[in-house]
Design a protein around this ligand. Sequence first.
Ligand SMILES: NC(=O)c1ccc[n+]([C@@H]2O[C@H](COP(=O)([O-])OP(=O)(O)OC[C@H]3O[C@@H](n4cnc5c(N)ncnc54)[C@H](OP(=O)(O)O)[C@@H]3O)[C@@H](O)[C@H]2O)c1
Length: 326
Amino acid sequence: MRSLVFEAFGEPASVLKLVEARLPEPGADTVRVRILARPIHPSDLLTVRGLYGRLPKLPAVPGFEAVGRIEAIGAAVTDWSIGQRVIPLGIEGTWADALIAPQQMLLAAPEELPDTIACQMLINPLTAYLLLFEVLKAQPGDWVIQSAAGSALGRMLIQLAALNGVNLINVIRSRAGIETLKSAGATHIIAAEDEDVVARIAAIAGRIPVTKAIDAVGGTTGALLAEAMGYGGTLIVYGGLSLQPLPIEPARLIFRALTIKGFWLTEWVRATPREARQKAFNETLRLLTGGKMVPPVEAQYDLADFAQAIAHAERPGRLGKILLTG
Ligand SMILES: NC(=O)c1ccc[n+]([C@@H]2O[C@H](COP(=O)([O-])OP(=O)(O)OC[C@H]3O[C@@H](n4cnc5c(N)ncnc54)[C@H](OP(=O)(O)O)[C@@H]3O)[C@@H](O)[C@H]2O)c1
């Protein structure tokens, strides 16, 4: 089988190699999943670059998410049969033709969802849902600011906010993304490259001080979100796409009572009781299968064409995820 392997951390185009490996045989209570599709997430590329919060032992195969079909099962496997379409849960190394998964680390892929959506139905949809409703506890009529609004996750936040009457102010980096974001349902859009972000937020929200914001960019953009917040606001930081530190004025924290908190889905899964996890997951699944939240796709590449796929994934102005298939 083919596997994308990296033996050192670095630029994905230079450290990732496509290698032939022996097809692994499942142990007694594991299954072998033939992978059908995987998204390229910023976290996958940060891992290859050695910049993610948790790093694998090398050599490693990247990839946090996928959909596949069971093609071999161990003798003690009772819950699954060959041919079932599944999502591996929390198993790294999806950028290969196949992987071995313990039987309890699989979820049945919903029939209604094609591979292009099923392969990205966990991380971003769940994070979008949690950020808005569990972390910020957004209510109908609330104002919320988000950065990186053109990302797959940002586009799902736009759908969720509209569905629940939350007023979302969407900050994107370039004016080029405005029209596509409008057609994705966004009402308030600010291009950080040439607009006064703080003044525009104040003009959009009017007399209402905005006290909820989520940032996936850091650097200047994250700092502008912090500056735009009203007294007692909360800024949730869940990504650092700019790879820049977040320069916040101490005065914001002292005199404007600003709270800044990080969010990491991995930590949420670890720290949240099973029942609460299941509730959030069921709600996300309901939104996905009902077509209310749709993870966007821009293009698909065969696993062998990973270098082009990664270059495409890092191009500005994408409309959706780049998938690795085959
Ligand atoms: N903390 C968590 O648990 C968690 C979970 C899931 C995702 N995330 C984070 O959520 C963010 C979005 O993920 P995703 O999978 O939705 O991403 P994605 O669909 O791959 O899109 C990323 C988008 O971010 C924008 N972007 C890239 N670099 C930027 C920069 N320097 N400044 C401003 N915008 C930039 C680009 O949009 P334009 O080209 O249109 O500007 C790009 O299309 C990532 O930071 C990811 O790590 C965090």
